[in-house]
Design a protein around this ligand. Sequence first.
Ligand code: UT7
Length: 323
Amino acid sequence: MKYSKILGTGSYLPKKVLHNSDLEKLVDTSDEWIRERTGIQQRHIAADDETTLDLAEQAARNAIDASGLTADDIDLIVIATTTPDCVFPSVATMLQARLGITNASPAFDIQAVCAGFAYALGVADNFIRGGSASVVLVIGAETFSRILNWEDRNTCVLFGDGAGAVLLGVSEQPGIHSTHLHADGRYKELLHVPSGVSSGYDAMQQQQAFVQMRGNEVFRMAVSKMREVVEEALAANNMDKSEVDWLVPHQANIRIIQATARKLNMSMDRVVLTVQNHGNTSAASIPLALDTAVRDGRIQRGERLLLEGFGGGFTWGAALITF
Ligand code: UT7
């Protein structure tokens, strides 16, 4: 029986930092409101000439370095992103070229918004279990700032840019015990960018190219689905919540994270919290949090991690991992 395991982690945040006080000058908001309702204190914004590919490359190089392998060992790249550099080719194929990989191994993008990293991890895990790949680069990378309406206080205070990566390899022991992916397409209107390539560029010039969200309704659904999916992951592995060492959640809102932690009877010092530093970076937020806690020494080898994310679609998912 083959399993996948995490060989190395990496992440990258753009240099430019936008504080809550900066947003007070753009929209009718306050540092106090943003901190109290979301936990966010600042977010990172990509430079004008910096793209999702650039962020993904930095995170990838950090993860490869941490693993002790080289780019040539990689035989699959999966990138979760909602904000690719171009319609095609995928960010994953462009990254393959940047990393100098010429072994013709597959590379593709996945779009599941804030649940994107959970989806990408699930796909990569299945490639390894099925024997189709042995070293997989899995990335969540976003320049979400590009699809924000900077006059809409309901959304522009929430999101930021960044990238996180893991390198997966083959193991005889799990590694990734299981992944759990879900979608319910009936809720499109609650969180979406209304326009796109196929529905016309005219509409894209009229605010339709930006994120629109009915935050309160999304919030309630996120809390409920996160509670369900962490229970599902534990039940699938016959594990008790007390066996989880770290919760590594999607970083959208500290109150959603606290609700999931309560469900797991976990104190907040066993929860990796990075939302204050970079806001909601969509598909990048779980691997950013993971890499932060690995590098600062909180997460140790052999510890059990529960990853979970929720996003537009709706899409959601979780992964139970022994690091
Ligand atoms: O990652 C993908 C999934 N996304 C999420 O999980 C996000 C889920 N939603 C949330 O995190 C929260 O719903 C928000 C942070 C977006 C909003 O917090 P809330 O406690 O649900 O506030 P609300 O939407 O119920 O709005 C409360 C009030 C409203 O004013 P009125 O109608 O009560 O007068 C809003 O207009 O807060 C107002 N408001 C703001 N005020 C100051 C909304 N945005 C802002 C703002 N600054 N930026």
